[in-house]
Design a protein around this ligand. Structure first.
Ligand code: ADP
Length: 540
């Protein structure tokens, strides 16, 4: 890598006055950056103890007085209130990471905090932020290549390998005690909603098609992935059938009530017969609607809108069970699981819109509430994950952990490569960048080396959280990597060195790549800031 222009400008000051001016400029811009560094580090410090298998939980009080018990970096930062803009931008990072890859949220904050901490000595050496940024970017490019080199491909159809991968993500979380169960749930749910979108592309939309329903009560072991969907609804009329095998299902997003005009209409009636006529027309219209539904001989009608008493009467007469006011998202999921199409005009209903893939419709009472189960679906492309557990707080944490596990499975489906965990990848990057730094000329070498040092924060934190001595273990790990053994990392329980090939903690490469990208890019962004101004409040 050659030397950049800004750096040269900085290294060859012409006159003493110019030198003084440059120093003044640099130190004023550093003031703001130093301030940010302190703040960012305190954001990183909050969640430092939440990394790895010996992570501590945080108990947060939300504004409504509820409590959140978690060790998920994103969930913690989402709840805390900060006013400094730089701290806000740090918190934003964990949100990006969560949205992009769904895991590694704690890692990214710790890494970004350390990058900024390592940038400060460079600023104190009077290296211009622009030079630091360009060195950081060069280091990022090399780091991504190194990660790709040490990662291995994985067979996504190999259950054993997938279980191991998901369990290393779950191992650091509250649900680690139910690791096998959680792996099963995550893998089954993700496989259910994965399908070929044509052209060799895969589509996995967990948020939309794999819904988690949390029902307090029972044991965590009772949690399961349904081969279909469940919605929190009961039938509209007590006499309707509560259990139907192989039901024919019609899905609607229109009301089954008398349709009123779009605009307000006033009708003046002078004779009693006219009033009766109006009522009769209303009745006829509802009957017509129900007749067009009944013509398809369905067993079950589910609508997103209302069903009037009269419509219920006609449907009941036709031996049809009805559910009303089902959420749009639930209706879409039912459509995917049962093969039905959601129709928004009863007149448009056709035989091909009827869903016939569901094996069993059943209403079940869990706790105090009634739930509709549409299960035994032949090829469900949507599912519900039913979580049971002792309390709402625990279920919420199980839900967050399961979301991470599903994200891990999804990432690997898209990008089937794994990187060694337990700080091995980060240490490999640190050692290799340290070696590469020697070939870089000029001041850029220092910030480049700083990235290498910052990467060590992950293995160091894992050692610290396990209670071992960071200096001794980290030196030994560095030595292993210097010999080229890039799969060695930290046993997060004992704080000793282990080969990840034997220990079995691997993570999706996509998560590793994304965390380092986000951390360095955000550090670069904050380094570009040289002042913080607040907008004037609007005049009254
Ligand atoms: P994140 O929110 O960033 O995923 P975690 O608390 O899940 O944070 O910690 C993930 C880190 O812990 C990764 O670097 C992973 O490699 C490491 N890790 C997970 N399990 C172990 C283990 N048993 N031993 C050592 N490190 C582990």
């Amino acid at each position: 890598m050659g030397t950049d222009k800004p750096e040269e400008k900085h290294r060859c000051p012409t006159s003493p006055q110019r030198k003084r001016k440059l120093n003044q400029q640099a130190s004023s811009s550093h003031q703001a950056t130093e301030d940010q560094k302190l703040i960012n580090n305190s954001v990183a410090d909050i969640i430092r103890s939440c990394l790895g298998p010996k992570a501590m939980l945080k108990m947060l009080l939300d504004p409504m007085g509820g409590i959140v018990l978690t060790n998920d970096g994103h969930a913690i930062l989402r709840e805390i209130e900060v006013s400094h803009p730089a701290a806000k931008s740090m918190i934003e990072l964990s949100r990006t990471q969560d949205e992009e890859v769904g895991d590694g949220t704690t890692t990214v904050i710790i890494l970004a905090g350390e990058m900024l901490a390592q940038a400060l000595p460079q600023l104190e050496r009077n290296i211009h932020p622009v030079v630091i940024i360009s060195a950081f970017k060069a280091a990022l490019k090399d780091a991504l290549e190194i990660i790709d080199e040490i990662s291995l491909p994985v067979d996504i159809n190999d259950d054993e390998a997938m279980y191991q991968l998901i369990s290393s993500s779950i191992g650091t979380k509250f649900v680690s005690r139910w690791s096998t169960l959680m792996c099963n749930l995550a893998l089954k749910a993700v496989r259910t909603v994965t399908f070929d979108a044509g052209g060799g592309k895969k589509e996995v939309d967990i948020k939309r098609y794999a819904r988690v329903e949390k029902v307090p009560g029972g044991e965590i072991e009772d949690s399961r992935v349904l081969d279909g969907v469940m919605v929190n609804k009961d039938i509209t009329h007590p006499k309707m059938r509560r259990r139907i095998e192989n039901p024919r299902i019609v899905l609607l997003d229109c009301t089954l009530e008398y349709k009123k005009g779009e605009s307000q209409t006033n009708i003046e009636i002078s004779k009693e017969e006219d009033w009766n006529k109006i009522l009769q027309i209303e009745e006829e219209q509802v009957k017509l609607m129900c007749d067009s539904i009944l013509a398809l001989k369905p067993d079950l009608v589910i609508t997103e809108k209302g069903v009037s008493d009269l419509a219920q009467h006609y449907l009941l007469k036709g031996n049809v069970t009805a559910l009303r006011r089902v959420r749009k998202t639930d209706n879409n999921r039912i459509a995917r699981a049962t093969g039905a199409t959601v129709v928004n005009r009863v007149d448009d209903l056709q035989e091909s819109d009827v869903g016939t893939q569901c094996g069993l419709f059943e209403i079940e009472k869990i706790g105090d509430e009634y739930f509709t189960f549409l299960t035994k679906c032949k090829n469900p492309r949507a599912c519900t994950i039913l979580l049971r557990g002792p309390s709402k707080d625990i279920l919420n944490e199980v839900d967050r952990n399961l979301a991470d596990a599903m994200a891990v499975a999804r990432n690997v489906m898209f990008h089937p490569r794994l990187s060694p965990g337990g700080g091995a990848t980060e240490m490999a990057v640190a050692v290799r960048l340290g070696q590469l730094a020697k070939s870089i000329e000029g001041v850029q070498q220092w910030p480049y080396k700083a990235v290498a040092e910052a990467m060590e924060v992950i293995p160091r934190t894992l050692i610290q959280n396990s209670g071992a001595s960071p200096v001794r273990v980290l030196t030994a790990l560095r030595a292993k990597h210097a010999e080229g053994q890039s799969t060695w990392g930290i046993d997060g329980d004992k704080g000793s060195l282990v080969d990840m090939k034997e220990y079995g903690v691997w993570e999706p490469e996509a998560v590793k790549l994304q965390s380092i990208k986000t951390a360095i890019e955000s550090a670069c962004l904050l380094l570009r800031v040289d002042d913080i101004c607040s907008a004037k409040a609007a005049r009254q």
